[in-house]
Design a protein around this ligand. Structure first.
Ligand code: SF4
Length: 331
């Protein structure tokens, strides 16, 4: 059942996940489409998440947005500084500005980073974890991980775990998606694009997620990139309603590998699946191994910090001897 509507306010709305958004040409959502999107959400009882571009919106738009309860996702470089202070989620597209940013415990932060930058700069996150309400690290090139990278990643997770353990010992409850999410989950908590959330783009069409609006596909007949995206990846429109072809393919129970997995914190990114395996319900080896390294590091962390947090679940994360469930299926 769809519960959330993501509304991209502009073609250049910040990416908050694995997909890139390389669009530079502004294309603000027409205010009439914005109003219709809000009405659609009200009629369907959906919670709205507005995704902002870098530039400040006209006042008319801010007034319309404030007519409904919502969540704001803004880039760290958002020009409207007072609105940035009210945002629910702030996205860093790289490590620039992290050292001077005023983090608060009431906001959540997303850091999109390449593996190379993460491997070189991860220690900087120690300071962020002390101040931020929550930090989600999103690796933007998981598909390029090598065996050597997996080893490095595992060691880095151990180092970050030690910092988190120290914070728990001080009575704090830091949240880092890579390590603390799995500790608290007892079932899958994936992105669920196309199932529990859909996206409305400035063109008035629905997409499975923002990644599919931004997907640059050329079939030879297109006039503009947006035409192609509409033609290929739209799952309906405000005008014609929602029409998700092969809806079941996005669901966990139709994902043969994931439905038996217990890396509950894994995003199970369907855009990444499609990019790496051409199937929206089949993950790549790299996505699975990275998620299992996080799962196993969370297991060790939970064992170490249970003494500090009464709210932590009693149930242990079991020890397993594989990193890719696909390998496990084949043995
Ligand atoms: S780790 Fe792999 S199998 Fe498990 S949920 Fe993630 S993508 Fe699916």
């Amino acid at each position: 059942m769809v519960e959330y509507l993501v509304i991209l306010l502009d073609n250049t709305s910040v990416s908050y996940c694995h997909y890139p958004n390389d669009k530079v040409q502004h294309n603000l959502i027409p205010v009439e489409i914005l109003k219709k999107g809000i009405m659609y959400a009200m009629l369907e009882n959906l919670t709205i998440q507005f995704v902002y571009p870098e530039y400040a919106l006209p006042n008319e738009y801010n007034d319309v947005i404030e007519t409904i309860d919502h969540c704001k996702i803004v880039p760290s470089t958002f020009e409207d500084k007072s609105l940035r202070k009210d945002a629910d989620v702030i996205v860093f597209n790289d490590w620039i500005g992290l050292d001077v940013f005023h983090f608060t415990s009431s906001q959540s932060y997303i850091l999109r980073t390449s593996k190379t930058d993460f491997f070189e700069r991860y220690l900087f996150l120690n300071g962020v974890l002390e101040k931020a309400g929550r930090l989600n690290v999103v690796l933007t090139d998981i598909e390029t991980f090598s065996e050597d990278d997996f080893d490095k990643y595992q060691k880095i997770l151990v180092t970050l775990s030690k910092k988190i353990e120290k914070l728990f010992a001080q009575g704090k409850s830091p949240q880092l998606n890579l390590l603390t999410d799995r500790m608290l989950l007892s079932e899958m908590n994936n992105c669920n694009a196309g199932v529990s959330n859909i996206t409305l783009a400035p063109d008035g069409n629905f997409y499975v997620c923002p990644a599919f609006y931004n997907l640059p596909v050329v079939d030879g007949n297109e006039k503009t990139l947006d035409d192609v995206c509409q033609k290929r990846f739209s799952i309906g429109s405000l005008h014609d309603g929602l029409d998700i072809k092969n809806f079941q393919l996005y669901r966990l129970d139709h994902a043969p590998i994931c439905r038996n997995c217990d890396a509950f914190q894994c995003k199970r990114c369907i855009w990444l699946n499609r990019k790496t395996t051409n199937e929206v319900n089949t993950p790549s080896h790299e996505q699975c191994v990275v998620a299992h390294l996080e799962r196993n590091a969370s297991r060790d962390l939970l064992l170490n910090i249970r003494k500090y947090g009464a709210f932590l679940p009693d149930k242990e994360i079991t020890e397993i001897d594989y990193l890719d469930p696909f390998d496990n299926l084949n043995t």
